[in-house]
Ligand binder design. Structure first.
Ligand SMILES: Nc1nc2c(c(=O)[nH]1)N[C@H]1C(S)=C(S)[C@@H](COP(=O)(O)OP(=O)(O)OC[C@H]3O[C@@H](n4cnc5c(N)ncnc54)[C@H](O)[C@@H]3O)O[C@H]1N2
Ligand code: MOO
Length: 422
């Protein structure tokens, strides 16, 4: 179900597009966008980075039998109450070749890691804990083991008939292995999200155009392309669109027809020679926000046709920050993912930071471990919202929350690490 901007605004308490808190943006966007419904079946190798569309119910138990975790001797652990044991070896159990005979008290079976536990035996003594006597019997010292030690139980990883993975799981390498461990070659995932992007502005140069006064080369197209690619989206790259109504209209219509979401950069502030906002208003249902945050104050959000629209501010760092703070969680929701918010890490600030309560600030930071083992974060130079070099030096964004005030040296601050989100 799609809701209009007005309907969503009516659901939110204290919604003010001219002074929206960063938290309010998340609430708004979670109502604006919904998961795609179409799914497809893919092989396990192609499932990496995709989002599982249905619970995956385990067709088997893993491991399928009780088995040994060590190379050693399997025996009935009830005998440990007697103290040290001397056991006769009556056979060998190999991984893939079980021991079928019966074992009486006073006896044991030589067993290899992964071999099925012989019937009635529940404990394994690792080989290096034992001594072999002249008559071939194995001596197990007292006090080393508890009954059940070194046995892996049937189904301790996955139990037949239970969900092994839940719908909404973003499939990582461990989940790929887990699916394969069930003998399942294919899984149902949500289809890939199609996201269109274009840069706006007459001062934006593309490769091959000579530098000219007042003009800059397009960097946003490349940062957004990278962010979308790592998120697993299909990117529809519409390049740079000149600030002319006919060209903008064509680009917006083209993107809305082909994509689930459209991201633009530039033209959302109060600048004069700007048709971008006017075209968004004409073609879509769009809100223009001033967010209480830095960087990334102006932003346009809504829908053009069926496509979600994220009109990001033009400044290169503002683009990345608004993408990570708002667009990424919204796209993950559209992709069907259950977890959409990044985990924040706590680190001690190596420097004092001035911060006014009443807005959220994102500072580019580098987290390092000090010699005494603490995590420490310091800012990476010029924090201007057009300065990408300090973004490159950073390994995360320090998040100074809405209500937070000044930070003193040594205070703990939240950091959104790039590893895992970028
Ligand atoms: N009077 C006000 N002026 C501004 C406000 C405001 O609230 N009142 N907000 C400021 C903030 S914050 C930002 S951010 C910018 C956003 O403005 P726009 O979204 O309209 O962006 P532009 O003016 O088109 O560009 C801003 C800046 O970024 C450069 N840029 C744009 N696109 C690219 C690109 N693809 N690659 C590299 N660099 C790009 C552009 O050249 C400008 O320097 O408005 C402030 N002003
Ligand atoms: O969104 Mo702007 O980049 O904060 O300066």
């Amino acid at each position: 179900m799609t809701r209009s901007i007005a309907e969503i605004a009516a659901q939110l308490q204290g919604y003010d597009p001219q002074a929206l808190s960063a938290d309010g943006v998340g609430d708004f966007l979670s109502r604006l966008v919904a998961p795609v419904s179409e799914t497809e079946s893919v092989g396990v190798l192609d499932a990496l980075g995709r989002v599982l569309a249905k619970d995956l119910v385990s067709p088997i138990s893993v491991p399928p039998h009780d088995n040994s975790a060590m190379d050693g001797y399997a025996f009935d652990g009830a005998q440990l109450a007697q103290g040290a044991l001397q056991l006769e070896v009556v056979g060998t159990a190999l991984a893939g070749k079980a021991w079928q005979g019966s074992v009486r008290p006073g006896q044991c079976v030589k067993i290899m890691t992964g071999a099925v536990m012989p019937a009635g035996l529940d404990t394994v003594v690792p080989q290096e804990f034992t001594k072999t006597q002249a008559d071939g019997r194995v001596e197990i010292p007292a006090g080393l083991l508890q009954p059940g030690d070194n046995r892996r139980c049937k189904g301790e990883d996955l139990m037949e008939g239970r969900p092994a993975l839940r719908a909404g799981e973003r499939i990582g390498p461990a989940a790929c292995g887990l699916v394969a461990s069930l003998g399942v070659p294919r899984v149902d995932v949500f289809r890939r999200l199609k996201v269109a992007y274009f840069s706006t502005g007459d001062e934006i140069l593309s490769f091959g155009e000579p530098p000219r006064e007042g003009a800059v080369y397009d960097s946003n197209r490349y940062t957004v392309h990278g962010l979308l690619t790592l998120l697993g989206c299909e990117v529809i790259d519409l390049g740079v669109v000149r600030d002319e109504p006919a060209l903008l209209e064509q680009a917006f219509r083209d993107a809305a027809a082909r994509a689930d979401a459209l991201i633009t950069s530039g033209g959302v502030s109060v600048g004069e020679a700007d048709f971008t906002k006017a075209m968004m208003k004409k073609l879509g249902d769009v809100a223009f926000w001033k967010i209480a945050m830095r960087p990334g104050r102006p932003m346009a959000v809504g829908r053009i046709g069926q496509a979600a629209l994220f009109g990001l501010p033009g400044n290169p760092v503002a683009v990345m920050v608004t993408f990570l703070a708002f667009v990424r969680p919204a796209l993950l929701r559209m992709m069907g993912a259950r977890v959409t918010e990044p985990v924040l890490l706590k680190a001690h600030s190596a420097e004092a930071m001035r911060k006014k309560p009443g807005r959220t600030e994102y500072q580019r930071g580098i987290v390092m471990r000090t010699q005494d083992g603490r995590l420490e974060v310091r800012t990476t130079g010029n924090q201007g919202s057009g300065v990408l070099s300090s973004m490159v030096q950073a390994n995360g964004l320090i998040v100074l929350h809405h209500a937070q005030g000044n930070v003193a040296v040594g205070d703990e601050v939240d950091v959104m690490m790039f590893e895992g989100v970028i």
